[in-house]
Design a protein around this ligand. Structure first.
Ligand code: ZN
Ligand code: ZN
Length: 430
C-alpha cells in the first residue's frame, strides 16, 4: 500500500515513539574513550541528518532517553538532538549529594560502592555467574563509569569469603590505591579469596584488619588448588596485621563512620556465619549491610532467629545499634535471614536485595516470602529484575550482550544533608 507523505511520517514517528526508552534517572552522555576529536550530535537519529553540535572528550550532554542505535540528548544551548551509542557512554549526572551508595548489578552476588566527598569504601565484590576478570571485570567497569576520577579506595570490606562476595575484588588492587582491608578472618579455600589475600600482601601500603587475633603477623594457610588458568601450590600467607576488628566506630570521613556490629574470632563452619555486619552512619542516616548473615535454617519470617545465629546474637546484644533507615537484606533475600523480630528491631523502611538467576543449592534467591515481608514494611529495590533480557542487552555496564545477567539493574542511594534518602535504579552504559 502506498502511503501519503504525511501518513508515512506519522508511521515513522509512532515507531520512534514506541521504541523510545526514557532514562531511569538524571544521567549524562559523554564521549567514549575512543573519541579523539569529537562526536557529532545530529538533528535526527540518522547518520546523514544535519549536525547540531558535537561533544568533545570531557564534555557532557543531558541524556533524555534512547532509540535504536542513538541516544537522545539536550545540548548546553537547550537544543535537542541525537548522538551515536557507538561513540558515547551514559554516566550519572555529577555527584549532587554528600554521600552516594551504589549497589551494583553483578548478577548473582553483592557489590557495593560508598562514596563521600573525602572517602570511598567498597563492601564486597563478587558474583556466582558474572566472573570475568581483568578488562572484562564488570565491577571495575562500573567503578570507572560512575567514578572516573577515583584513584584511592580507602576501605575494602569483605563480609565473608564466598565467591559471590569476593571473586571480583582482587582486580581492584591493580587499578586503585587501597588503604585498609577489613576481613572476617574466616579462611575459605576458594580462588577469589586467595587472590584477594595475595593482592593485599603485594601492596605494602595496605593495612589489613581481621576479626582474628590481632597479632603482628597473621598466618593463613591455603591448600593447593586450580584457579584459571593455573594449578596453584599450597601456600602459607604471612599477613602483617593492623588492628583487630572491634566494636569501636571507624571514622570514614567528614560526618561518616562505619561500625562493625558483628565479627567473630571463631572459625565458623559456614562462611555466612562469619559475615561482617556493618552499619554505615552517613550524616544523620543509618544504613545496615548484612553480608550473608543468617537467622537459622530456611524458615518462615515468623520464626524467631536462633540464639546463636547472627540475627539472634544482634538482637541479644545490640537492639539500639541496629536501628537503620535502609537495610541491604542478608543472604540475598533468603528464608535463612530477615526474620520479623530482626526487621522489627532494625525498623527500616527501605530494603535492597542483591541477587541473580543462579541457584544457591536448590533455590534461586530471593524467596517470595521474604520479598512479601519486606514489601509489607516499605519500599523494596532489587538488582535481579530483567536478568534474562539483561543477558542480551546491547548497552549496559561492562561487556554488552555477553550472555551474563549483570550490568543492568544498578541501584543508587543519594544522601543530601538531613533530607530523606533518594533511592533509584540506574541503568547506564560505559
Ligand atoms: Zn552470598
Ligand atoms: Zn555466603
Amino acid at each position: 500500500m502506498k502511503l501519503s507523505l504525511p501518513l508515512l511520517w506519522l508511521v515513522i514517528l509512532s515507531i520512534l515513539f514506541l521504541e523510545f526508552v526514557p532514562p531511569a534517572s538524571a544521567d549524562d552522555a559523554v564521549p567514549s574513550d575512543r573519541v579523539k576529536i569529537d562526536v557529532s550530535i545530529r538533528e535526527r537519529p540518522e547518520r546523514n541528518s544535519p549536525r547540531l553540535g558535537a561533544l568533545r572528550p570531557g564534555e557532557r550532554a543531558e541524556y533524555l532517553g534512547s532509540v535504536p542505535r542513538w541516544h537522545k540528548v539536550r545540548l548546553q544551548n537547550g537544543k535537542i538532538g541525537f548522538i551515536s551509542k557507538g561513540w558515547t557512554r551514559i554516566v550519572p549526572t555529577g555527584d549532587s549529594g554528600e554521600f552516594t551508595i551504589d549497589i551494583l548489578d553483578v548478577g548473582t552476588g553483592l557489590a557495593i560502592l560508598v562514596r563521600g566527598k573525602d572517602f570511598a569504601l567498597i563492601y564486597d565484590g563478587g558474583s556466582n555467574d558474572d566472573r570475568k576478570l581483568g578488562k572484562n571485570n564488570r565491577f571495575l567497569a562500573y567503578l570507572k563509569a560512575v567514578a572516573p576520577n577515583l584513584k584511592t579506595i580507602d576501605h575494602v570490606v569483605l563480609s565473608h569469603p564466598h565467591q559471590d562476595h569476593v571473586e571480583l575484588l582482587a582486580d581492584v588492587f591493580k587499578n586503585y590505591q587501597i588503604r585498609h582491608v577489613w576481613d572476617s578472618g574466616k579462611v575459605h579455600p576458594i580462588c577469589g579469596y586467595r587472590a584477594l589475600l595475595t593482592a593485599v600482601l603485594s601492596e605494602p601500603s595496605v593495612t589489613y584488619h581481621s576479626s582474628l587475633h590481632g597479632f603482628t603477623v597473621e598466618i593463613i594457610k591455603i591448600g593447593k588448588m586450580y584457579c584459571r588458568p593455573n594449578h596453584l601450590p599450597e601456600t602459607v600467607i604471612k599477613m602483617p596485621h593492623g588492628s583487630r576488628i572491634s566494636a569501636e566506630p571507624v571514622p570514614l570521613g567528614e560526618g561518616a563512620s562505619m561500625t562493625f556490629l558483628h565479627s567473630t574470632v571463631q572459625q565458623k563452619k559456614s562462611p555466612n556465619d562469619s559475615s561482617l555486619v556493618v552499619r554505615l552512619d552517613l550524616g544523620k542516616h543509618r544504613i545496615l549491610l548484612m553480608g550473608d548473615a543468617e537467622a537459622g535454617g530456611r524458615k518462615s519470617p515468623d520464626t524467631p532467629p536462633k540464639a546463636k545465629s547472627i540475627e539472634g546474637l544482634l538482637l541479644a546484644c545490640c537492639m539500639e545499634d541496629l536501628r537503620a533507615e535502609l537495610l541491604v537484606a542478608g543472604h540475598h533475600g533468603s528464608l535463612t535471614s530477615s526474620r520479623k523480630a530482626f526487621l522489627e528491631a532494625v525498623g527500616a523502611k527501605i530494603f535492597i536485595i542483591s541477587s541473580g538467576p543462579t541457584k544457591y543449592g536448590s533455590v534461586v534467591l530471593p524467596d517470595e516470602e521474604v520479598v512479601s515481608e519486606l514489601k509489607s514494611r516499605g519500599k523494596l529495590f532489587r538488582t535481579d529484575f530483567d536478568d534474562e533480557a539483561c543477558r542480551k542487552n546491547p548497552v549496559k555496564i561492562g561487556s554488552d550482550n555477553d550472555g551474563k545477567p549483570g550490568g543492568c539493574d544498578n541501584i543508587r542511594i543519594v544522601i543530601k544533608g538531613d533530607s530523606a534518602l533518594e533511592v533509584k535504579y540506574w541503568q547506564g552504559s560505559d
